[in-house]
Design a protein around this ligand. Sequence first.
Ligand code: WTA
Length: 647
Amino acid sequence: MTDPIFPPSAEVAANAHADAKKYDEMYAASVNDPEAFWAEHGKRLDWMTPYTKVKNTTFEYPDVSIKWYEDGELNVCVNCVDRHLETRGDQVAIIWESDEPGGDEKITYKKLHQEVSKLANVYKSLGVKKGDRVVLYMPMIPEAAYAMLACARIGAIHSIVFGGFSPDALASRIADSEAALVVTADEGPRGGRAVGLKKNVDAALDICGDVTTLVVARTGGGPGNKEGRDHDYATLMADASPDCPAEKMNAEDPLFVLYTSGSTGKPKGVVHTSGGYLVSASMTHQYTFDYHDGDVYWCTADVGWITGHSYIVYGPLANGATTLMFEGTPTYPDASRFWQVCEKHKVNQFYTAPTAIRSLMALGDVPVNKCDLSALKVLGTVGEPINPEAWNWYHNVVGKGKVPIVDTWWQTETGAHMMTPLPGAIATKPGSATKPFFGVQPVVLDPTTGKEITTQEAEGVLAIKDSWPSQMRTVYGDHERFVNTYFAAYKGYYFTEDGCRRDKDGYYWITGRVDDVLNVSGHRMGTAEIESALVAHPNVAEAAVVGYPHAVKGQGIYCYVTLNVGVEPSDDLRVELRNWVRKQIGPVASPDLIQWAPGLPKTRSGKIMRRILRKVAEDDFGSLGDTSTLAEPEVVDDLIANRMNRG
Ligand code: WTA
């Protein structure tokens, strides 16, 4: 069987930043002489002190070290804001669309410069200095972008915590990063409801101790400010000077920390630095979306995730783009909302997640067809493998069969797109992230031998052979963990923790995580985190969490729970445990299915056999494989008899 293939149209190719020939040439140059290639493309930024060194990287275990443009100096905020003032001061930088239809705001580069500079001065007045960490817990409002850029302006390091995380999760991130300031809003409207952000911050600070807090009044609701600790954003901004010189930063100074889930332990603080990160974020934004001056670009992610960092704020603004920021949800007030926003603002590039596409697909074609989507030039997806059915719907119904789709594979750790078609250059196949971006050298490794599979067709684990500019540099406060997580399993490579297949045309197909990380609605979640939340409940003796296929979310969260002796299982207890996990981690980690398990399948040495738990959760227990090493094989029969996901 051959996969359907969609070549770029001649018209798109003719006007694109890269056609097939140019992609081949640039890709070859990028891997044959990375120094020369990145020396050239580093010039897309404005440097205060030009770099003379380009690449200084080694993946050699345990001496992993990654430096790009290490003697260059720049300021990320200047690159995203100030440098555009002369040529496009009156151009719209950010279009903000509110949760309620009808509300929007257009922020020009001039205005962006003013707001960011004032906020940077407010930070200073609150004692924030270069190198300090600032935690942002924000709704999707322009102030979230101001808050990020103001950090960059004075060299403070932001750490954004997604608004769907609970006070407990927020507290641990505030504590881990030893934040000097928390920026939040009273409430965040989403889908017609108000998320109690300030309420959560208050609860978090009760846990981790008081930290100076700056509060944007978005709704006027919420618990009110605490004397001496909390400051009203508007009040301080009213008195702030719009003149704030930008700090000169080394290319390798951290720009931000972003916590993400791994297979073990608590979330890791992924550290991205200033120079290389911005080179990759801006270059991918330009090429992947084939962004041209004057285009209106919309990424529907939340700034709390890496996609929001690189593709709502840093990449687009570094390119002087018009970036749309949306406060709401795809289906509020109705199933047409995304498409109404596209029509209203004449969106040219639209970037969303497969889970959103699947949930909108389930609502039929009418809500899409009601809207004029003729401005669309590129459609993008990110976050998880996109199933061909969803891809085809996106292509046929949203793109009317004409708009190229870019399926972008990358990670919080990679900072920017790693594999993706370029609209004018690479023919697409539904479900494949296709080919590597410039400078990215993917390899498929045999998971047992760790050797590169050199045949064109290959299946194994995905690793990357050499560094790229926006690679994460370390785990905040724990370099050893960085080295051991990504460079120990397969020596000499960056291990992505994804499985993949390479087909006869050299196209890559990501098959999903090979570690214990779940991808629920495109959100990364560690099974270990959910398990430790469950066992922290007084009635729970033991818990094991696995993913199972979910029609809309991609993966659902399936929990096996062993209760303490004497505790009766009940539906009420199920609800209680679900709420408990929501409280410990946040609504994003809400269990979908909880099965009472009197025992878990363990080897004689006590190791839980997750393979069996996954199979039962998948409702595919005909092929459990070898169970002879189990200490008590009969627990499996009980698990099967009481399974929760019956297809
Ligand atoms: C998955 C999101 C298939 C993958 C930018 C990766 C994808 C994890 C794709 C990173 C894609 C992301 N096709 N899988 N186009 N994009 N993934 O850190 O498993 O939230 O390792 O970064 O999402 O998730 P993260």
